[in-house]
Write a protein that binds this ligand. Structure first.
Ligand SMILES: *[C@@H]1O[C@H](CO)[C@@H](O)[C@H](O)[C@H]1NC(C)=O
Ligand SMILES: *[C@@H]1O[C@H](CO)[C@@H](O)[C@H](O)[C@H]1NC(C)=O
Length: 494
């Protein structure tokens, strides 16, 4: 059986964009905003032009004499353009007239790629493992032709021994070095790709004057708000939870109901110190909330003054006030000991299958140090996992939930039957894909951010039985070398 593995990388999305996206939600319970805001996107394209210095491309203030192709929009001002021109003419001085006639134009095109609005992509500048390339990424066919016709010029074009030696060995060797993992961005494809080039340099404003990404304040005066959700019952209310254990109701007109929906501040364990990852962390409404009034919460508790746990509970809305929870209705579903204060996970959600998904952290500290190879790779532990349970029935062995009959590790000795996916470090925010509005593609996928240790943040698509690598791997890179190369790990996805 081959396991399906999913991660998002490539396809025009480069690592650092992903990092930025995730930092918003994950870094040590990153929402320190006292204000909740709603994003509006205006830009219709999500192509990502960027210069070698990671600045956005721009319209040069004065004409570019040399790389005139990038005169209206690109990464070179006049100084940069003159510098390239000087280098070019020096180079041309060192070759024969016949060679100049043959190769002058193509060398100019290649040298001017520093001015391309996609220079950062062309030079693969965001990949920490390739020192910024000396030659831009060239599409294979173009490169082969260039190398065959003008290969002699490469020793003038770059000081890189690696490139020069590759060039001596022939087109195929050389061109596999200058190739880019993302074919859309190699030269000259990048120019011919309509999606990448159509809206370059355009500034699009919506009727309110919003450029690209705008924020509208919807609530303020909150203390560490950690989530905002609706109850799916067409009442158009928003529920906003604070880490300290309050849930507030915002009505359709934006006003806030004076009394909290839920006050668990007495039960929730956290401190006011910046960086405390414990607290009220998650909440999900039952898919049939409208009929049964049930919802689920995920929070930290302290037991007998010394043991820290996370608790997942069911609660019910009050029978006489739709904006109040019935505090006495709490039914504990699951408690898990937390060996350290950090990495408490915290997402709860219902899949389209109607099951409750619970996302736990690896138990904390650094490097998932617990047990022989950490919690996340240990299927007997509930930490570092995506768990899936059937909340609509209690089982015979007195757990207040049932195990879905197709959970992936039911048949595996020592594995907890709740485990749906593993190798997780600290997924604490996830969502369910609503799918393409037209063809519904992607509908129901669960997509999570997983907080990295030091080097890589992840965005993962959760699949049944999936192994997301931690602590054998962080992102696509080995983290624990021994575990990563353990043959019993090599069957795994990352
Ligand atoms: C796996 O986790 C279980 C439950 O926490 C623990 O009892 C066991 O010792 C762990 N196994 C290893 C090999 O660390
Ligand atoms: C490899 O992983 C398995 C569990 O997946 C474990 O039992 C075994 O001890 C590991 N071997 C090494 C060398 O770490």
């Amino acid at each position: 059986m081959t396991k399906e593995c999913h991660g998002i990388q490539g396809a025009g999305l480069r690592r650092s964009h992903i990092d930025q996206g995730i930092h918003i939600t994950t870094t040590t319970l990153g929402i320190t905003l006292a204000t909740l805001a709603v994003f509006t996107f205006v830009l219709q394209t999500s192509a990502h032009p960027q210069c070698l210095d990671f600045q956005p491309p721009f319209k040069p203030t004065s004409h570019l004499e040399f790389c005139s192709h990038y005169d209206t929009f690109g990464c070179c001002d006049q100084d940069a353009d003159s510098t390239i021109a000087e280098r070019y003419w020096d180079l041309m001085d060192s070759i024969s007239h016949e060679e100049y006639v043959r190769c002058g134009d193509v060398v100019k095109d290649i040298m001017c790629q520093e001015c391309s609005p996609y220079a950062a992509h062309l030079f693969d500048a965001e990949n920490p493992y390739t020192p910024v390339r000396e030659i831009p990424g060239l599409c294979f066919a173009y490169c082969e032709e260039f190398h065959t016709k003008c290969g002699f010029i490469i020793k003038h074009l770059t000081d890189s021994r690696v490139l020069q030696e590759a060039s001596d060995r022939g087109s195929i060797t050389f061109c596999s070095l200058t190739d880019l993992p993302d074919r859309d961005y190699c030269y000259p494809n990048v120019l011919q790709n309509n999606y990448l080039s159509n809206n370059l340099g355009k500034v699009t404003e919506d009727p309110m004057g919003c450029l690209q990404l705008c924020l509208t304040e919807v609530a303020n005066g909150l203390r560490n708000p950690v989530l905002m959700l609706h109850s799916g019952d067409d009442t158009h209310r928003m529920f906003v939870a604070e880490q300290v254990g309050f849930v507030w109701v915002y009505l359709r007109d934006g006003s806030r109901v004076e009394q909290p929906f839920l006050d668990l501040s007495g039960e929730v364990f956290t401190t006011p110190w910046l960086g405390d990852e414990r607290g009220f962390l998650g909440m999900a409404f039952h898919p049939r909330y409208r009929d049964n009034g049930l919802f689920y919460i995920y929070y930290s508790i302290m037991v007998q003054g010394s043991v820290e746990r996370i608790r997942i509970s069911e609660m019910r809305v009050s029978t006489h006030d739709m904006n109040r929870a019935d505090h006495n209705s709490e039914r504990v579903i699951l408690e898990i000991d937390e060996p350290a204060a950090n990495h408490n996970g915290g997402q709860l959600l219902f899949g389209l299958d109607g099951y409750l998904y619970i996302f736990t952290g690896d138990g904390g500290k650094a490097g998932d140090p617990f047990g022989k190879f950490g919690n996340a790779q240990n299927k007997s532990a509930l930490l570092g996992k995506v768990l899936r349970i059937d909340i609509d029935g209690s089982s015979t062995n007195k757990t207040p939930y049932r195990i879905p009959p197709d959970n992936p590790f039911i048949g595996e000795r020592d594995a907890r039957p709740e485990v749906y996916a593993y190798g997780v470090r600290n997924m604490w925010r996830c969502s369910v894909d609503r799918g393409d509005p037209v063809n519904r593609y992607g509908r129901g996928r669960i997509i999570c951010g997983d907080v990295g240790q030091n080097r890589f943040e992840e965005v993962d698509i959760i699949v049944k039985g999936g192994n997301y690598g931690w602590r054998a791997k962080e992102g696509f890179e080995c983290f624990d070398i021994k575990l990563c190369h353990n043959s019993s790990m090599s069957e795994y996805c990352y």
